[in-house]
Design a protein around this ligand. Structure first.
Ligand code: CIR
Length: 252
């Protein structure tokens, strides 16, 4: 059965990191949206594990950044932002009940939001949060299992997956002004409308794709590419630079 890990929203979420001007974050609304996101995953057949929030970690709902699950093993990250480093321990511990967990170690940094796995390809964003040593350590765990690891520079947005996400194993939704499409030769590329940069998509194991509900242009583009879309409202998380992928860790 497909599984999802999510992490609850702390009261301190009002202090979540943001790239731009400080937004006003509504914790109650974020919790409603988080609950609906969880129901969306359950509706798609995922068994959801909820990890309690940590008030000392305002960004802890963005659980994707703390670990990457590959085939039968996980890699616990070392996030680039110091306030986020303590998020990793409880997630790694919960994952270790299901699979072996490797750990990225100092001085490397890598955020899960920079790691895009498609089939046996793993693209890793070189960003403000992820460095070359993080990519090197990640590759040392992944390559022996047949994965191809490729570093990709990313600009204007926080993470690689803010710019590009898979819709299926051969199709990517991409913002070509934030990452060079040439890195993804061989894939079918679906362009994100430039005005909807904060929008994102999450492929579900049943073949449908969750898409941010406030981005009609992305919804139309994903539908036109042949996918069934599940509109999903995550505006409070978008204000804090989070995409749809960032709120869960999905694995079989
Ligand atoms: C941060 O700046 O780290 C959080 N406010 C947002 C993280 C979003 N993560 C993701 O999309 N994978």
């Amino acid at each position: 059965m497909p599984r999802a890990f999510v992490r609850e929203v702390p009261d301190s979420f009002v202090d979540a990191l943001t790239m731009g001007e400080r937004p006003v974050l509504d914790v109650a609304r974020a919790r409603e949206q988080h609950a609906a996101y969880r129901r969306m995953l359950e509706g798609a057949g995922y068994e959801v594990t909820v990890i309690p929030a940590d008030e000392n970690c305002p960004d802890c709902p963005f659980i994707e950044d703390t670990a990457v699950v590959l085939d039968g093993f996980a890699i616990a990250t070392r996030p680039g932002a110091d306030t986020r480093k303590p998020e990793v321990g409880p997630v790694a511990e919960a994952l270790s009940a299901f699979m072996p967990v490797h750990r990225i170690t100092e001085p490397a940094t890598i955020d899960g939001g920079d790691v895009m796995r498609v089939g046996k390809d793993v693209f890793i964003g070189i960003s403000a949060r992820t460095d070359q040593e993080g990519i090197r350590q990640f590759a040392s765990f992944a390559e022996p299992h047949g994965f191809r690891v490729v570093g990709v520079p990313v600009s204007r947005v926080l993470h690689l997956k803010s710019a590009v996400v898979p819709l299926d194993d051969g199709t990517l939704l991409i913002a070509s002004d934030c990452v060079d499409p040439a890195a993804f030769a061989g894939y079918r590329l679906v362009e994100k409308p430039p005005a909807e940069k904060t929008g994102s998509a999450l492929r579900l194991h049943d073949g449908r794709v969750a898409v941010t509900a406030n981005t009609p242009g992305i919804i139309a583009a994903v539908e036109a590419a042949g996918f069934k879309v599940v509109p999903t409202d995550t505006t409070e998380f978008q204000k804090a630079d989070g995409g749809l992928t960032c709120l869960s860790l999905l694995f079989d």
